[in-house]
Design a binder for this molecule. Structure first.
Ligand code: HEC
Ligand code: HEC
Ligand code: HEC
Ligand code: HEC
Ligand code: HEC
Length: 296
C-alpha cells in the first residue's frame, strides 16, 4: 500500500501542464508542473543566466522580500480575505504577471496554501514558484488565442520550429509569432492600471512608456534587441538589470545615462566700471533606454 501511495504521488507530480484539466492544489504541485530543471542539461548557459534573473525569483526579486504578504492579511488590502483559508485566485491579482501559471493551472486550494505560506513567511516553499522557461516558452507564447489557439501541453514555442526536440517531455517546438517581439514582454511589463480587476491595481507600466514615448518618437528596437543580446551565440537570459548585482547595474546605468554640461563665463557690465562675473551653464541629461528609467 505504501509503495502504491508513493507511486501515485510520483505519477501525479509528473503530470504535464493542465493535462486532463488537472489543477494544482499546492505550491509543490504547481512548481512541479512548471519545473524547468530538465532544460539545464542541454541549455546550461541559458539556464545559468536565467537562474540569476529576476524572472527566476518573481515573488521576491529585490532583496528577498515577500511583497505579497499584505494580501494574505486581514484588512491590510482591499483583496485580503478574513482568513488565509478563504483566499482565492481572485484575491491575488498580482498572479497575472508575477505567477501567470497559477491563473491557468491552479485552483483556489492553491491560493489557500499560498496564503498560509505567506503568513508563515516560508521562503523556501514560496521560492519554488518562478517564471520558469515553460512560462515564457509555453504559457505566455501565444497572445491571439482566438486565432492561433491556446498553448498546447507538451509543446514549447520558440523563434523557430524544431520538429524533434530532445527533451523527455517537450518533444516539439513550434514557432511563436511573438517570441522576438516587444509585446511578448509587454504582457507582464504593463501598460498602466489593470482595469479588469474588481479593484484595479497598477504595478509595472514600462510597456506603456515604450509604446507612447519611444516607438512614437521613432524608436526601432525591441526589448529583446536591447535586453537579450546574444552571448556566445544565444539570447542572454539574464535579461539585466539584476538589482542584486550592484556593480553590473551601476555599469549599465553609466552606459545608459549621459550628462553633458557646457558653460560660458562673461562679464556683465552693469554700469560703467562695474563688472559682474556671470556664468551660463547648460546641462542636458539623456538616457538611451527604450522607455523611461526608472520605471515601476
Ligand atoms: C536533451 C537535450 C535538450 C533538452 C533536455 C532540452 N532541449 Fe531545448 N533544444 C535542444 C537542442 C539541441 C535544440 C536546437 C534544435 C535545433 O536548432 O534544431 C533546442 C532548441 C530549443 C528551443 C528553440 C530555440 C529557438 O531557436 O527558438 C527552445 C525554446 C528550447 N530548446 C527550450 C527548451 C526548454 C524550455 C527545455 C526544458 C523544458 C529544453 N529546451 C530542454 C536540446 C534540448
Ligand atoms: C510572465 C510575465 C513576464 C514576462 C513575459 C516578462 N517579464 Fe520581465 N519581469 C516580470 C516580473 C514579475 C519581474 C520582477 C520580479 C521581481 O523582481 O520581483 C520581471 C523583471 C524583469 C527585469 C528586471 C528588472 C526589474 O525591474 O525587475 C527585466 C529587465 C525584465 N523583466 C525584462 C523583460 C523582458 C525584456 C521581457 C521579454 C523578453 C520580459 N521581461 C518578459 C514578469 C515578466
Ligand atoms: C501588469 C503586470 C503586473 C501586475 C498585475 C503586478 N505586477 Fe508587480 N511587477 C511587475 C513587473 C513586470 C515588475 C518588474 C519590473 C518593473 O518594476 O518595472 C514588478 C515589480 C514589482 C515589485 C518590485 C520587485 C520586488 O521584487 O520587490 C513589487 C514589490 C511588486 N511588483 C508587487 C506587486 C504586487 C503586490 C502586485 C499585486 C497587488 C503586483 N505587483 C501586480 C508586473 C506586475
Ligand atoms: C533601446 C534599448 C532598450 C529597449 C528597446 C528597451 N530597454 Fe529596457 N532598459 C534599457 C536600459 C539601457 C535600461 C537601464 C539599465 C539599468 O537600469 O541598469 C533598461 C531598464 C529596464 C528595466 C529596469 C527598469 C527600471 O525601473 O529602471 C526593465 C524592467 C526593462 N528595461 C524592461 C524592458 C522591456 C519590457 C522593454 C520592451 C517593452 C524594454 N525594456 C525595451 C534599454 C532598453
Ligand atoms: C522572460 C521570458 C523567458 C524565460 C523565463 C525564458 N526564455 Fe528563452 N527566450 C525568450 C525569448 C523572448 C526568446 C527569443 C529572443 C530573441 O529572439 O531575441 C528566447 C529564446 C530562447 C532560445 C533560443 C536562443 C537563441 O538565441 O537562438 C532558447 C534555446 C531558450 N530561449 C531557452 C530557454 C530556457 C532553457 C529557459 C529556462 C532556463 C528560458 N528560455 C527561459 C524568453 C524567455
Amino acid at each position: 500500500m505504501k509503495f502504491l501511495k508513493s507511486f501515485l504521488v510520483v505519477f501525479l507530480i509528473m503530470l504535464p501542464i493542465s493535462a486532463f484539466g488537472e489543477k494544482a492544489k499546492t505550491i509543490e504541485e504547481l512548481a512541479a508542473m512548471y519545473d524547468s530543471s530538465s532544460c539545464k542539461e542541454c541549455h546550461a548557459e541559458i539556464y545559468a543566466q536565467w537562474e540569476q534573473s529576476h524572472h527566476a525569483r518573481s515573488l521576491m526579486g529585490v532583496l528577498g522580500g515577500l511583497f505579497m504578504t499584505p494580501l494574505a492579511m486581514k484588512d491590510k488590502t482591499p483583496f485580503s480575505p478574513d482568513d488565509p483559508s478563504k483566499a482565492t485566485l481572485d484575491t491575488f491579482p498580482c498572479f497575472k504577471c508575477h505567477l501567470p501559471q497559477a491563473v491557468v493551472s491552479a485552483d483556489d486550494s492553491f491560493a489557500v496554501d499560498f496564503a498560509n505560506a505567506l503568513i508563515a513567511q516560508d521562503k523556501e516553499r514560496l521560492g519554488q514558484l518562478r517564471i520558469t522557461c515553460i512560462v515564457c516558452h509555453n504559457t505566455k507564447a501565444i497572445i491571439h488565442k482566438r486565432s492561433e489557439g491556446y498553448p498546447e501541453a507538451n509543446v514549447l514555442y520558440g523563434s523557430k520550429e524544431v520538429a524533434a526536440h530532445e527533451d523527455a517531455r517537450f518533444k516539439k517546438i513550434k514557432k511563436s509569432s511573438i517570441m522576438d517581439h516587444a509585446i511578448m514582454c509587454g504582457q507582464c511589463h504593463g501598460m498602466g492600471p489593470n482595469l479588469e480587476f474588481e479593484n484595479p491595481v497598477q504595478c509595472a507600466t514600462l510597456y506603456g512608456s515604450y509604446m507612447h514615448n519611444y516607438l512614437s518618437k521613432g524608436g526601432q528596437k525591441s526589448c529583446q534587441e536591447c535586453h537579450m543580446q546574444k552571448v556566445d551565440g544565444f539570447a542572454d537570459h539574464l535579461i539585466a538589470p539584476n538589482w542584486n548585482d550592484l556593480d553590473a547595474t551601476k555599469k549599465l546605468l553609466q552606459e545608459a545615462i549621459s550628462l553633458d554640461i557646457d558653460t560660458v563665463g562673461y562679464d556683465w557690465l552693469l554700469k560703467s566700471k562695474d563688472h559682474k562675473p556671470m556664468v551660463v551653464v547648460n546641462t542636458r541629461i539623456n538616457q538611451n533606454a527604450g522607455h523611461r528609467i526608472p520605471d515601476g
